[in-house]
Ligand binder design. Structure first.
Ligand code: UDP
Ligand code: MG
Length: 348
């Protein structure tokens, strides 16, 4: 089993949680060997959907960083888990090859495409390690930030958020829609960290708390800040994808945004209530005005516009409101079904 294979040479000594080791470090004078034990075991979690063009290069670049961390004695050991999220190309074949050639590489194969959020969750909830870092397979997020994340963790942060310094490499469309996404969600009260996506470090105790969150409508970047724990920010420059195309079409981006809004805020429902109240008050005022005009015999020109326009407007508002309420109902429905958020078919 992969969990046994990864860090297999650690199995001879009892597993000690990082936070426990840290408190020991503070209280007991330690020998060199104990100090070595206190360094965290790092696991990288990489969601992959049709990434055959980038996998080998990603593996090479990651190896460079992990070797450096090990040489500088910042980590005890490292493992890399590629999570194949229902790829239809040769992604899984490449993961198998990587795992066969280097004991640090492992793979989780999901039974179908569950989406990036579920793929990351599958990795986080399945893999071993004291600290877990999730990063996209195309390595658009700078791998140099991994070291800063590990250092921030050593400094006491259980959650380290990778933040894009800028989006110069994104297309105009991607940049505006992505920044609009963060602004909209923040305006609606969702606790999001601006320009942080899914490049982050989590300590084991945060992952264990994440395990208790059973929601199937996932937006990890909204959920993790709600767990609390000491956190730190690490800034990096975002590069262009070095091969292949984006696996995030507009439909997936819209779904992610709708998920973020309906999973974390009731503001649209409140907005509908307020809109309904304003329109009702307005129509009461209009009725009062019509009554007064009738009593005073004031000249009023009856026109179709005054009838037809409000009809269309109110019809539109009602349909929109029903749609928003329907989104929340759909969320409740899918949560109530309690279906698995991911299914692991193979574990390397
Ligand atoms: N991804 C995934 N499942 C999906 C879509 C994407 O696991 O259904 C992975 C993809 O392989 C990549 C990461 O999520 O590692 C981010 O996707 P991508 O780079 O295409 O998104 P973008 O950077 O264009 O937003
Ligand atoms: Mg990308």
């Amino acid at each position: 089993m992969a969990i046994m294979k990864a860090f297999s040479n650690l199995s001879k000594r009892p597993f000690r949680r990082q936070d426990e080791s840290r408190s020991m470090q503070e209280t007991t004078p330690m020998s060199e060997s104990v100090q070595r034990d206190c360094r965290p075991r790092l696991t990288m979690v990489i969601p992959c959907h049709n990434e055959e063009q980038v996998l080998n290069e990603a593996a090479t670049r990651l190896c460079g960083v992990l070797d450096e961390l090990a040489q500088e004695k910042l980590i005890a050991e490292a493992a890399v888990f590629f999570v194949d999220d229902g790829s239809t190309d040769d992604t899984w074949g490449l993961i198998e090859q990587l795992a066969a050639n280097d004991s640090r590489f492992h793979g989780l194969k999901l039974s179908r495409n569950f989406g990036q959020q579920s793929a990351i969750l599958a990795g986080l909830l399945t893999v071993p390690g004291d600290i877990l870092i999730s990063i996209d397979a195309d390595l658009q997020d700078d791998v140099a930030a991994i070291k800063e994340m590990v250092l921030a963790n050593a400094g006491g942060a259980d959650v380290v958020y990778g933040i894009r310094r800028n989006r110069k490499t994104d297309s105009f469309f991607k940049r505006t829609t992505a920044e609009g996404f963060y602004s909209l969600l923040q305006a609606m009260g969702v606790q999001l960290i601006f320009n942080h996506a899914d490049y982050r470090l989590l300590s084991r105790r945060v992952v264990e708390e994440l395990r208790k969150c059973k929601e199937s409508n996932l937006l990890l970047r909204g959920l993790i800040p709600q767990l609390g724990f000491p956190s730190a920010l690490v800034y990096y420059d975002r590069h262009s994808r070095f091969a292949g195309d984006s696996k995030y079409p507009v439909s997936k981006m819209v779904a992610l945004a709708v998920n973020g809004i309906t999973s974390f805020t009731e503001i649209p429902l409140k907005f509908i209530t307020i809109l309904g109240m304003v329109i009702s008050l307005f129509s009461f005022g209009l009725a009062a005005w019509a009554l007064i005009a009738k009593i005073l015999h004031a000249a009023s020109v009856p026109g179709w516009a005054s009838i037809v326009i409000p009809l269309y407007m109110l019809g539109g508002v009602q349909l929109l409101s029903l749609g928003v309420i329907g989104q929340y109902l759909a969320k409740i429905y899918s949560e109530a079904k309690g279906r698995p958020r991911f299914i692991v078919e193979k574990n390397l």
